[in-house]
Design a protein around this ligand. Structure first.
Ligand SMILES: [Zn+2]
Length: 267
């Protein structure tokens, strides 16, 4: 059993999809050159980049992400199959350090077609991200053009392709919490509204079912000679084991529920 909690640790294949490696790379070069010619125009918003979703959201890119993310939204762990949107971890057009602060331009235009910067999210999580929020622990170290390294940045959002969400976010029943008050965990929970929308209700429904499966297994332990009951218990065990695999919906919350013996799963 491995992986994260609110979301699974995502391992993308090293091979960059051809579309990004070719067309994406050319676009990146063109955007960078355009910016260098007239940085002020892009900073003021007088000029904006027009990004080609036909490249970054190309079917081949989307398919590779679907496989890497096991058909789940990378933020909320809902099963999305092919319904997801290709999303940029670092916003491509503009960004905000905090809600209520002005939009800063340009965004991370040079990462618009970067494999590392792309994820698949459900339409609901995608709406959240459209606010262009991208807070850093150290705003002074922000990379503001293609010549500056992003490695110095310390994003307050968990990057599920680079770090294990397990270190930052846990679950008490259906409710996500920041482990040891982690600022990164809390910022991610708040900005993505992981304890709002329909998420807690959907998680709870799943956890209650898993708890009942667990009850069957426990009851069967007291009746080793009842073959029918043992057979049921075996099925329950199989289902419970399936529910904590990375490709199962809400597997992170399920793992926590089992680890805490369903203590926080009420109702
Ligand atoms: Zn989602």
């Amino acid at each position: 059993m491995s992986g994260g909690h609110w979301v699974i640790r995502i391992r993308k294949p090293d091979a960059v999809p051809e579309k990004l490696a070719q067309d994406g790379k050319n676009k990146r070069r063109a955007h960078s050159a355009a910016y260098s010619r007239d940085p002020e125009a892009y900073q003021s918003g007088k000029k904006t980049f027009s990004f080609a979703s036909s490249i970054y959201a190309h079917e081949s890119v989307k398919q590779a992400l679907i496989v890497a993310q096991r058909q789940k939204c990378c933020f909320c762990e809902r099963l999305i199959g092919t319904d997801g949107d290709v999303e940029h971890f670092r916003p491509k057009q503009a960004y905000k350090q905090a809600l209520g602060e002005p939009m800063q331009r340009p965004g991370y235009y040079w990462l618009a077609y970067e494999w590392d910067n792309l994820y698949l999210s459900c339409p609901s999580c995608n709406q959240r991200h459209k606010q262009n929020l991208f807070p850093l622990q150290n705003p002074a170290e922000r990379a503001t053009d293609h010549k500056q390294p992003i490695e110095r940045e310390q994003p307050l959002f968990i990057d599920p392709g680079k770090e294990d969400p397990e270190a930052f976010i846990g679950f008490r029943g259906e409710i996500a919490f920041a482990i040891d008050g982690s600022q990164k965990g809390q910022a991610t929970i708040d900005s993505l509204k992981l304890n709002q929308r329909s998420l807690p209700g959907a998680r709870l429904q799943r956890l209650q079912l898993l708890r009942e499966l667990d009850n069957v297994i426990k009851l069967a332990a007291d009746r080793p000679d009842d073959d029918k009951f043992q057979e049921q218990a075996k099925k329950a065990k199989d289902l419970l084991e399936r529910a904590i695999q990375d490709d199962a919906e809400f597997s992170a919350a399920a793992r926590w529920a089992i680890r805490t013996n369903f203590e926080f799963v009420l109702g």
